[in-house]
Design a protein around this ligand. Structure first.
Ligand SMILES: *Cc1c(COP(=O)(O)O)cnc(C)c1O
Length: 347
C-alpha cells in the first residue's frame, strides 16, 4: 500500500546531473563555474557575526534587494529573491500559470519546466525548435503564458532583445517568463531593460552560474510590482524564509564585486570559443553557444560520453529525441578543457 498523494505519485521528477564525490574528476556536467566565488564573499563571511544566526533571517532579503536594485538600475520594489532561481521559477509557475491550459514552452529547453507544469497543473503546448535548434518567436502568440530560457538550454542559442520584445508584443494577455540563467555569457542584452515597458514580463536570474555560487542557492526575479506581489503571495504560502542570513550577505558581496564577475565571465567566454574551435577541427561542431556550455554534435554520443566517464571526465548526455547525437559540455578552466580535448582526441 502506498501512502503517496496523487500529486506525488503522478509527478515525474527532474533528474539533476550527477554530483560525484571524491577527488580526480573533471566535472563538466552541470554548468557550474570553474572559478571560485569573489574573494569579497570570503571577506564578508569571515567578518559575519554568527550569533545573528539565532534569529530568523530578513524574510524580504532587503539588503540583497537593495544591492540588486543598485547594480541592475531598477527600483528594489521590482525585485524578488529566492532559494536558487529554481525556487523563483517554481513560484512563478504557481503564481501565473497554475491551472491554465496552453502555456507555451520550447520542446527542447530546461528539463524542470515540464515538472513544475505538472506540479501546478499547467497545460503546456510545446513548440518545436527549428531544424537549426533556434526558437521561432512567431510560434509564441496569444498564449496564456510563455516560458523561454534566453539563452536557451541545452542548445546555448540566444534570441535577440528584439525577438524577446516581439514575443512580449504578441502576448498581451499572459505572463512572459524569461529565464536568463546564462545571459551573462551572452552577447545579447538582458530583457530587464524592457520591464518598465511590459507589465507582463518577468525576468529570472541566478547566482549559480556567472557568480560561481551554485552551492549558496540564490536566484532572483525582476518584474512589475504586481508580478512581484504574485510571487510574494506564493512564497508566503510555502516558505517565508527561503534565503538564510549568510546567503543574503554573500550574494550581496558577490553582486557588488562587478570587476571579479566580469573577469571570470570573460575568461569563460574565451575558453568556450577556443574549445569550440578545437572540437570543430576534430570534426565535432557545436551549436553557436552564448552560454558557459557547448552542445557538441557527436554521432552516437553515448559512446564518447562513456569513454570520457571512464577517464573521470563527466559531461551530460540525454537519451531524448533530437539530442542523442549531442553531448553538453560545461566550460571549465583552460586546464580542464585541455584534459577534455586530449581525451576526445584519443577517442
Ligand atoms: C542552472 C539553471 C537554473 C537553475 O539555477 P539555480 O539558481 O541554481 O536554481 C535555471 N534555469 C536554467 C535554464 C538553468 O540552466
Amino acid at each position: 500500500m502506498s501512502y503517496l498523494s496523487k500529486t506525488a505519485a503522478d509527478i515525474v521528477p527532474y533528474v539533476p546531473g550527477i554530483q560525484p564525490q571524491g577527488p580526480g574528476w573533471v566535472k563538466l556536467n552541470t554548468n557550474e563555474n570553474p572559478y571560485p566565488p569573489s574573494p569579497k564573499v570570503a571577506e564578508v563571511l569571515e567578518s559575519s557575526d554568527l550569533t545573528a544566526l539565532r534569529l530568523y533571517p530578513d524574510s524580504d532579503s532587503k539588503m540583497l534587494m537593495d544591492t540588486l536594485a543598485k547594480q541592475l538600475g531598477v527600483p528594489a520594489e521590482n525585485t524578488f529573491v529566492g532559494n536558487g532561481s529554481d525556487e523563483v521559477l517554481a513560484l512563478a509557475f504557481g503564481a501565473f500559470f497554475g491551472g491554465k491550459q496552453g502555456v507555451r514552452i520550447p520542446d527542447i529547453s530546461y528539463g524542470f519546466y515540464p515538472v513544475w507544469a505538472q506540479l501546478f497543473d499547467v497545460g503546456v503546448e510545446k513548440q518545436p525548435l527549428g531544424e537549426d535548434f533556434t526558437i521561432n518567436p512567431a510560434a509564441y502568440q496569444d498564449a496564456p503564458g510563455v516560458v523561454i530560457a534566453n539563452p536557451n538550454a541545452p542548445t546555448g542559442i540566444a534570441l535577440t532583445l528584439g525577438e524577446i520584445e516581439q514575443i512580449l508584443r504578441q502576448n498581451p494577455k499572459g505572463v512572459v517568463l524569461v529565464d536568463e540563467a546564462y545571459i551573462d555569457f551572452s552577447a545579447e542584452e538582458s530583457a530587464i531593460s524592457l520591464v518598465p515597458k511590459y507589465d507582463n514580463l518577468l525576468v529570472v536570474r541566478t547566482f549559480s552560474k556567472s557568480h560561481s555560487l551554485a552551492g549558496l542557492r540564490v536566484g532572483y526575479a525582476v518584474g512589475h510590482v504586481d508580478l512581484i506581489d504574485g510571487l510574494q503571495r506564493m512564497k508566503h504560502s510555502f516558505n517565508s524564509y527561503p534565503l538564510d542570513t549568510l546567503a543574503q550577505v554573500c550574494a550581496s558581496a558577490s553582486m557588488a564585486d562587478t570587476a571579479y564577475w566580469d573577469d571570470t565571465r570573460q575568461r569563460i567566454i574565451q575558453t568556450r570559443e577556443r574549445t569550440a574551435a578545437a572540437l570543430q577541427e576534430m570534426g565535432y561542431p557545436s551549436l553557436p553557444s552564448q552560454t558557459n556550455f557547448l552542445l557538441v554534435r557527436v554521432p552516437e554520443a553515448i559512446k564518447l560520453y562513456e569513454y570520457l566517464l571512464s577517464h573521470k571526465i563527466l559531461v551530460r548526455y540525454w537519451n531524448k529525441p533530437r539530442l542523442t547525437d549531442f553531448l553538453r559540455v560545461t566550460i571549465g578552466t583552460e586546464e580542464e578543457m585541455e584534459a577534455f580535448l586530449q581525451c576526445v582526441k584519443q577517442y
